[in-house]
Design a protein around this ligand. Structure first.
Ligand code: SPD
Length: 357
């Protein structure tokens, strides 16, 4: 009998130790549950004060990680080492994640603040009825330029970037679709073109831009252009708005040949551990005043129409960053081009980056 009790006690103690170790491992590696959520977002894409405020208001702790491209985010989510409760991909990636069964449908009854989102940003083709995603920020891709450094010459076209006077003076945002897209648009092709000849042509055209390119960079592009380390940049609109807040010589234009209109949305990955907490976070970010504070800090354009009422007029009335539907209707939204075509874009972009070294 004593032997039996001893065996029983050893099993209980061993199980307790095992549970403790699993628990520690989970929290160390970002496996959230109970009182924690793990968020995966673009760099510089949330006011840090709001993460603290969410914890203070809900008691839910936030583990926060960042990525610098949709492709990097997808790879990490598919690897599954860390499980995320919230991720913030762009539209074409949401379409891909849906197709690959990587997302959970949202429970809209837990998102009463969804009513704050402008109808214009709801029910878009990449996610009918917002079954899986909720708008976070939106914007365009364009050219930011320093009027003091480039003179009076206005920038209106992608082809202006090939001007020899811009030697070693251009920074490009490190994004395969953005850079290959610029090549395609400059030739009059669609941003969703999958014709290999056109894509090779775009890459060859980009190669001729090499003498003008100073570097291809991530979020540091904001600091470099604001500090006048380069005169011109291929950027997302929100980054341009941020730089323009730091340097009054900067201006932003969406080129005449056309460009990209993009939408970043909050989603819950299928592997999420704290689905309740994830809904609470999404609803928190949809609150009008919270969304306004976030948009002011991040400088990107908010789709939250109630938030606009709490923001400075000069910000929300600036057509460069809140373009009208008439303008955005002329722009192209990236489509999910399928695995092979996306890989082809990425390969061309890699070759282009190597070629310049
Ligand atoms: N630093 C935050 C950058 C977020 C940019 N998202 C734009 C995605 C366009 N496909």
């Amino acid at each position: 009998m004593i032997k039996l009790i001893r065996v029983f006690l050893s099993v209980v103690i061993a199980s307790a130790v095992l549970l403790f170790v699993i628990n520690r491992l989970n929290s160390a590696e970002g496996f959230s549950s109970g009182n924690t959520i793990t968020i995966y977002n673009w760099g510089d894409y949330i006011d840090p004060d709001l993460i603290k405020r969410f914890k203070d208001e809900t008691g839910i702790k936030v583990i926060y990680e960042t990525f610098d491209s949709n492709e990097a985010m997808l790879t990490k989510i598919k690897q599954g080492g860390t499980t995320y409760d919230i991720a913030i991909p762009s539209e074409y990636m949401i379409q891909k994640m849906k197709e690959e069964n990587l997302l959970l449908p949202l429970d809209q009854s837990k998102l009463p603040n969804l009513k704050n989102i402008d109808e214009r940003f709801m029910d878009l083709p990449f996610d009918p009825n917002n079954k899986y995603s909720v708008p976070y920020f939106w914007g365009t891709v364009g050219i930011v330029f320093n009027t003091k450094l480039v003179g009076d010459k206005p920038f209106t076209s992608w082809n202006d970037l090939w001007d020899p006077s811009l030697k070693n003076d251009i920074l490009l945002t490190d994004g395969a679709r953005e850079v290959i897209g610029m090549g395609l648009n400059s030739l009059g092709y669609s941003l969703n073109d999958t014709n290999k000849e056109h894509l090779h042509e775009a890459k060859a055209k980009l190669d001729t831009l090499t003498p003008n390119i100073k570097a291809i960079v991530g979020d540091e592009i904001k600091m470099l252009i604001a500090n006048e380390e380069a005169a011109v940049g291929l950027v997302w609109s929100g980054d341009a708005a941020d730089m323009m807040g730091e340097n009054e010589n900067l201006d932003y234009v969406v080129p005449s040949e056309g460009s990209n209109l993009w939408f970043d949305n909050m989603v819950i990955p299928k592997t999420a551990k704290n689905i309740e907490g994830a809904h609470k976070f999404i609803n928190f970010m949809l609150d009008a005043k919270i969304a306004a504070q976030n948009a002011e800090w991040v400088s990107y354009s908010t789709p939250n129409k109630e938030a606009l009422k709490h923001m400075p007029k000069e910000m929300v009335e600036d057509e460069r960053f809140y373009p009208s539907p008439e303008l955005t209707d002329k722009l192209e939204v990236y489509e999910n081009l399928g695995k092979k075509n996306l890989a082809f874009y990425n390969d061309l972009f890699l070759e282009f980056k190597m070629h310049r070294k």
